[in-house]
Ligand binder design. Structure first.
Ligand code: DX5
Ligand code: ZN
Length: 224
């Protein structure tokens, strides 16, 4: 049975395993869990929608066996509708997909809900809020990309973060609003002040030697 997204209005950090040591993935996830993390962000890339390839359902299924955290899958793939079921079977709790490849997502969101998981709707830095406006209230989470998807460790695009406040207006307080790309203590403060409540961080957590310190630094920077 899939887990529910952590209740709003809590701030959640979702470390992205893209920046972890893949040779020790179980230990890496256990370490963040022991620091109070409830969600882990799984960046799935297909070498087509983005110029990079990561991992697919068989890897997720193995990771599922060694962690009880909420699995937040971010599908940066051209055909998320085709591959959703294998990821659901592998044990993800949420699928976030891109509006750029599913411009009319009502049925897909319903399908994810019927399968018992949460649905997230993502928009790239150049994609306007108007693209998701009609569908945003149907989703459980909106993901605002603040880098061009494909790689960890890129610089935060401040202009893209300006979409957070208008999206919060549209969805109200109960839909999670996640930000992905270039999050560190400074940008975490900014995006939470705009209304974000879910922060993906790769480099700023798994890229650091002391993860406890890194997590604490982002948490304490967040605007309450
Ligand atoms: C980028 C991914 C991100 C990435 C974030 O395409 O969607 O989740 O891991 O990495 P950082 O936090 O290093 O920018
Ligand atoms: Zn991501």
């Amino acid at each position: 049975m899939a887990k529910k997204l952590p209740k709003t209005p809590s701030i959640q950090l979702a470390p992205s395993i893209l920046s972890c040591d893949f040779a020790k993935i179980a230990d890496e996830i256990a370490e963040i869990a022991s620091n109070g993390i409830e969600m882990v962000h799984l960046d799935v890339m297909d070498g087509h929608f983005v110029p990079n390839i990561t991992f697919g359902p068989p890897v997720v299924a193995k990771i599922r066996k060694c962690s009880d955290l909420f699995f937040d899958a971010h599908l940066m793939i051209t055909d998320p509708q085709k591959y959703a079921q294998p990821f659901i079977d592998a044990g993800v709790d949420n699928i976030t997909f891109h509006i750029e490849v599913v411009p009319e997502p009502t049925d897909f969101i319903k399908k994810l809900h019927d399968s018992g998981i949460s649905a997230g709707l993502c928009l790239n830095p150049e994609t306007p809020v108007s693209a998701i406006e009609k569908y945003a209230p149907l989703a459980d989470m909106i993901l605002v990309m603040t880098v061009h998807p494909g790689f960890g460790g890129q610089s935060f695009i401040a202009k893209a973060a300006e979409k957070i406040a208008p999206i919060r207006q549209i969805v109200g307080p109960d839909v999670r609003l996640e930000v992905d790309g270039g999050i560190d203590p400074e940008t975490a403060r900014l995006v939470t002040s705009y209304g974000a409540d879910t922060l993906v961080a790769g480099n700023a957590i798994f890229g650091q030697t002391d993860r406890a310190v890194a997590i604490k630094a982002i948490r304490s920077a967040c605007s309450k």
